[in-house]
Design a binder for this molecule. Structure first.
Ligand code: SF4
Ligand code: SF4
Length: 431
């Protein structure tokens, strides 16, 4: 689709990028068949093709409105449309540019601005953990509307032990911003399972949020700052300790790291390092062949329902890998109808678009529960917490299930604390 930029957009890098990305779209509409918001609302403007057209109209000079903003806000950024698109339209990048351009022209009401600020600063703050602890302690006393926003501890529970063995094979683990407080067992289970497979997990205590939260809330500079901080924190492990990979166990974070080269491409001090780090970044499922080789299959053959997060199946294009490995590890794996559709979690979407988010969760849980599983497994803390809030069935990360279903021999540390590599390195710039 050709777009003629209105004069006000000449020289605007977001507009130029959007114009280029729109160029690949042929307006065929195949993507509408797999778009969750179009499936729920039936409105062309809540479909990928419709949103692309709204962005194009703005670039050609039609002023965006609150309605334009609402249609872009309702997009989950699940990227199911990218998987479906025969023309290879990079819709995820396009909608990010489009949102920035609309938000710069359409002011949000004060309450909305305050809510978005509280989400991006609050969830990434070191105070999030203590606040969640307090909220959980007071949860029985909270009114239902507030209780809904304070998730109880998941079936994985506390962090439990962290392995202390050293191995020649080493990987860096991204701990995440909300995950250590919301579901601490996911990180320690990852360390135990990889340890049992002969891979040592190290952690940089200077790393933090990957930037996905800020990026999705149109805070491009905040997302770049998050990416830069992590590049500085991880670079010494890449050049001096030569970790073989940078592992993420929240597929949404892994998808964001893959985007860092794009985010930092115009910053000479960071561009090359971001590219090298993105090339090393993998989802923990990358190590499933090692894990399958290290464990005996579980003997009781539980029935598990697999919910693939959008960030894993559409963002990282990893499909079928976890299901096959879980079956090799002894589970009877069942995949629901419409497994390509988002569950409605989508980062902060469940807070910002509660009604649509709940509709999508009900639809997803309907399909999952029909499979009569003993447990629902997924690969992203956001999906896990969101689904758990709507069902009595246990919902957990697949790595927690592997950790619980098999014996991870040799994990000696009983303190529950991650073994953090404390050495400080002086970051160096890529040659
Ligand atoms: S499927 Fe791709 S080319 Fe077709 S309308 Fe959707 S985004 Fe455009
Ligand atoms: S990212 Fe998801 S919700 Fe947004 S337009 Fe594409 S399919 Fe629809």
């Amino acid at each position: 689709m050709h777009t003629t930029l209105a004069p006000e957009f000449h020289g605007d890098t977001d507009a130029q990028a959007a114009q280029h990305l729109i160029g690949a779209c042929v307006h065929c509409g195949f993507c509408t068949a797999t778009c969750p918001t179009f499936q729920e609302l039936g409105n062309e403007n809540d479909s990928p093709r419709g949103r692309i057209d709204l962005i194009r109209q703005m670039l050609e000079g039609q002023p965006p409105t609150r309605q334009t903003q609402a249609h872009l806000d309702r997009c989950l950024t699940c990227r199911a449309c990218e998987t479906t698109c025969p023309s290879g339209v990079q819709y995820g990048q396009l909608v990010t540019h489009g949102r920035r351009l609309v938000d710069a022209r359409v002011p949000r009401p004060a309450a909305e601005r305050a809510q978005r600020w509280a989400l991006k600063e609050g969830l990434t703050s070191p105070l999030f953990g203590p606040a969640l602890k307090l909220g959980r302690a007071l949860r029985p006393l909270l009114p239902p509307a507030l209780k809904h926003h304070v998730p109880p501890a998941g079936p994985g529970g506390d962090a439990h032990r962290w392995p202390t063995r050293e191995h020649p094979r080493k990987v860096l683990l991204l701990m995440g911003c909300v995950q250590p407080a919301l579901a601490p067992n996911i990180n320690s289970a990852t360390a135990r399972v990889l340890d049992a497979a002969g891979i040592q997990v190290v952690v940089s205590d200077e790393a933090g949020c990957c930037g996905a939260l800020r990026e999705h809330l149109s805070d491009a500079e905040g997302a770049r700052a998050d990416a830069r901080r992590n590049v500085e924190a991880w670079w010494p492990y890449v050049v001096q300790e030569q970790v073989e990979a940078i592992v993420s166990n929240a597929s949404g974070c892994g998808t964001q790291i893959a985007d860092w080269p794009h985010l930092l491409h115009s910053e000479p001090e960071y561009a090359e390092r971001a590219r090298r780090i993105a090339a090393l970044a993998v989802d923990v499922s990358h190590f499933l062949p090692d894990i399958v080789a290290a464990f005996k299959p579980a003997t009781d053959g539980p029935v598990v329902a697999w919910h693939p997060p959008c960030s894993l199946q559409h963002g990282q294009r990893t499909r079928g890998v976890v299901e096959a490995a879980l079956a090799q590890l002894g589970a009877e794996v069942r995949v629901p109808l419409e497994s390509h559709l988002c569950c409605g979690s989508a980062g902060t979407y469940s807070v910002l678009q509660p009604e649509l988010s709940e509709r999508l969760r009900t639809r997803k849980l309907g399909h999952l529960q029909t499979l009569t599983p003993q447990v629902i497994l997924s690969a992203n803390v956001g999906c896990i917490q969101h689904l758990q809030a709507g069902t009595q069935l246990p919902v957990m990360h697949w790595v927690e299930w592997v950790d619980a279903a098999v014996d991870t021999h040799g994990s000696e540390n009983q303190t529950g604390e991650p073994r953090i590599t404390t050495a400080r390195h002086t970051p160096t710039v890529a040659p």
